[in-house]
Write a protein that binds this ligand. Structure first.
Ligand SMILES: [Zn+2]
Ligand SMILES: [Zn+2]
Length: 279
């Protein structure tokens, strides 16, 4: 990646944090937090359900219109669904090995921030990994103009409620979700319980799972990457899976990938079916 592009990305991450710090220091209003309450849930679903479970792993099927809506939700956090899909597929292929750009063994800084500033893969490689999505002109456009939707939302919030609403409603969701995602990348590859003997260091971390609406059941996820459900036992709360079930009930998504107990038992390891466990 060019130095200019790295500086742009590092500057963007630093600016978002600085803006949030300034807004909190100046004081916020109830209206600012109402804007946050509207944007954050959509942005969080955009990261967990859209970018990760749909674009990276195709855990369910959907229409072209809702697919674009999912990509726009991901963009609310300054995320780039197609870029993430390409990068994340490579994370799974090289997990905790040489080609994994955010393995904890490369150090906390590289895992938490460094891999976001420079993902370590060329644009050609990302485009190759994500070529399925780039075949859609609207997703190809969004891939090249990933920051535009979030900037547009920021501009609208600024027009409605000024600086505070722009930052608390438009920037804070992206900052929080950045740290939530990096917590998964870091802690879920070095702290927690291993339910399955996968070839990587992935872990199930209950604290991270609660803070990331289910993404912390990461050892389960590395064992069954296409499963729409990361929390496999009844007590492994996975709110993003509930969202997928809601979308399915509403007819927005279909062909939801689920793992039945037979496959879980065949996966061996420490897995034992429990009373109340659902497929
Ligand atoms: Zn992982
Ligand atoms: Zn994944």
């Amino acid at each position: 990646m060019s130095r200019g592009r790295k500086a742009y990305r590092a500057g963007g991450i630093a600016a978002l944090h600085l803006l949030v710090f300034i807004a909190l220091w100046r004081g916020t209003t109830a209206a600012d937090w109402r804007a946050f309450a509207m944007v954050y849930p959509l942005a969080a679903i955009g990261v967990g359900v859209a970018m990760h479970r749909y674009f990276a792993h195709r855990a369910f099927g959907t229409s072209r219109v809702f697919q674009f809506a999912l990509a726009l939700m991901a963009a609310l956090s300054f995320g780039n669904a197609v870029h993430f899909a390409g990068k994340h597929r490579l994370h799974h292929r090289h997990s905790d090995g040489e080609g994994d750009v955010h393995a904890p063994r490369q150090g906390w800084w590289q895992c938490w921030f460094g891999s976001l500033i420079d993902c370590g893969y060329s644009d050609t490689r990302i485009r190759h990994e994500a070529r399925r999505w780039l075949a859609y002109p609207e997703l190809d456009w969004l891939y090249r103009h990933g920051a535009l939707p979030a900037l547009l939302v920021c501009a609208i919030l600024f027009a409605i409620g000024g600086f505070g609403m722009m930052v608390i409603g438009g920037c804070l969701p992206g900052v929080l979700l950045l740290h939530q995602s990096s917590a998964v990348n870091y802690f879920c590859h070095c702290r927690g319980r291993r339910a399955f003997a996968t070839r990587d260091d992935s872990r199930n971390n209950a604290v991270v799972a609660l803070l990331t609406y289910g993404e912390g059941w990461h050892n389960n996820h590395h064992r069954f990457p296409r499963s729409a459900r990361a929390g496999l036992r009844w007590w492994e709360i996975d709110m993003f899976y509930w969202v997928i079930c809601l979308f399915e009930a509403l007819g927005l998504v279909w062909e939801v990938q689920r793992i039945d107990d037979r496959r879980l038992l065949a996966a061996g390891s420490a897995w034992k079916p429990q009373q109340g466990a659902q497929p």
